[in-house]
Design a protein around this ligand. Structure first.
Ligand code: ACO
Length: 402
């Protein structure tokens, strides 16, 4: 019997790294994370400064082009993005083909994938201009698509984007306006929405971004690549965690039930995990979670629900968990998704919209990384190897002899 592991060992350098815990798949100049320090930088700028002083569209520009824009560059960028927010009218019919009770992430995956059928004039990845147009189309249209997915799920008419509103306010308008009553955007809520987008904009080679890069490495068109990223983001270990975290907090219900859930999270025979806790890279506080927690306080104060039971459970759970030996030993801290759901819930979004909102924000990260990858002269198709542990060669036995 041939020992396959020995064979591989003899074959030269071959790394086996399940989950890619220590393998870099690319080089990049976009985002830097120091997981031990709890540091996140976009093009060198700390995330807390960007979330506190910048706005999502400016961060989009920074991620896409590498530098903060001048006043004129910012105005031009804002103008271009704003003028691409409408989607092809025919896409309304495409939406109507879905079941109303479908998860909005299912709609997002399908609709964004189908954009290559509606915008085939921006699918040629070898044409610099088409790449640029595709990037802007994706960033600008994603909020419209997410809002339409929401409207479709609640049986309300689609709401067209408004060019006089900023990115976050326009998204709130498209989600919450109804023909009889246009939504009055509250500036505090718009700021909180903008922060949620900013905090989720990019996060180096996470699962969905790596998926986008892998899909793109075959030469796939940009809409197909981003649809692949959306599909990956949906999983509860990744973008789906914000929905799962709020559902978990609601399930816990009251602070006195927290020990029961902590015990379950520690029990290796129970698949339950504390959702919104832990991160592959951060082995310290997720810097995004700190900003998100402040935002949650601001929003709930504004809405007069400072005694929100879910927020109380979240704060108490965080306190108990970070002091618990199990979580401390494994360096498990709240991540960005722990508090975002509380804000979105207070704003009136159903839990099913949490991950689509994450997708709206992450689109710029996916697109920036996709552009960076295509500009790389060393670009190769992504083709991981495997450690084969199956049968060695054997002869086929015809059916009547088995
Ligand atoms: N609750 C309880 N235990 C946990 C948790 C958790 N949330 N997360 C990790 N652990 C434990 C594991 O059981 C494991 O314990 P062991 O060493 O005794 O076996 C140890 O901590 C290491 O966990 P891994 O799964 O190996 O860590 P990995 O880096 O692969 O996973 C992940 C990271 C997926 C984020 C994980 O912490 C998790 O499932 N968290 C909950 C889901 C979540 O919040 N995801 C959002 C991530 S952030 C984002 O996508 C924006």
């Amino acid at each position: 019997v041939i020992d396959i592991r020995k064979l591989y060992a003899q074959a030269g350098v071959f790394t086996y790294d399940p989950g890619f815990t220590s393998t870099a798949s690319c080089d990049s100049t976009i985002t830097y994370i120091d997981g031990d320090k709890g540091q996140l930088l976009h093009r060198g700028y700390p995330i807390d400064q960007l979330a506190g002083q910048s706005c999502f569209l400016e961060v989009c520009y920074l991620l896409l082009y590498g530098e903060l824009p001048s006043k004129q560059e910012m105005e031009e960028f804002q103008h271009v993005v704003t003028n691409h927010t409408m989607i092809h009218e025919q896409m309304h019919n495409f939406f109507r083909g879905f079941r109303r009770d479908a998860h909005p992430m299912a709609l997002m995956t399908g609709v964004v994938g189908a954009m290559s059928a509606f915008y085939h004039d921006s699918t040629d990845i070898h044409d610099q201009n088409q790449r640029e147009v595709a990037s802007i189309r994706l960033i600008a249209k994603m909020p419209t698509i997410a809002a339409m997915a929401y409207k479709y799920s609640v049986g309300q008419p689609f709401v067209y984007p408004r060019n006089d509103l900023d990115f976050a306010s326009n998204f709130l308008h498209m989600c919450f306006s109804v023909p009889a009553e246009p939504y009055k955007v509250n500036p505090t809520l718009a700021k909180a929405m903008d922060r949620i987008f900013t905090l989720h904009a990019d996060h180096e080679q996470n699962a969905s971004t790596s998926t986008v890069r892998l899909a793109s490495s075959s030469g796939a068109n940009p809409f197909a690549c981003i649809a692949a990223g959306i599909a990956c983001l949906w999983g509860p270990a990744h973008g789906g965690a914000n929905q799962a975290a709020l559902e978990m907090l609601r399930q816990i219900g009251t602070p006195d039930r927290i020990p029961e859930f902590i015990a379950r999270a520690k029990d290796k025979n129970d698949p339950f995990r504390l959702m919104g806790f832990g991160h592959r890279v951060y082995k310290n506080f997720d810097p995004r979670a700190k900003v998100m927690k402040e935002s949650a306080d601001e929003v709930l104060d504004l809405l007069g629900v400072e005694n929100n039971p879910t927020l109380q459970v979240a704060k108490e759970l965080e306190k108990i968990a970070v002091e618990d030996e199990y979580f401390a030993e494994r360096k498990l801290y709240p991540n960005v998704d722990f508090y975002s759901g509380i804000i979105l819930d207070a704003m009136g979004f159903p839990t099913s919209m949490f991950t689509p909102i994450f997708a709206v924000a992450r689109t710029v990260g996916w697109v920036s990384q996709w552009k960076e990858q295509l500009a790389d002269p060393q670009l190769k198709i992504g083709r991981p190897r495997q450690l084969y542990l199956g049968e060695t060669e054997r002869n086929y036995v015809p059916l009547d002899q088995r």
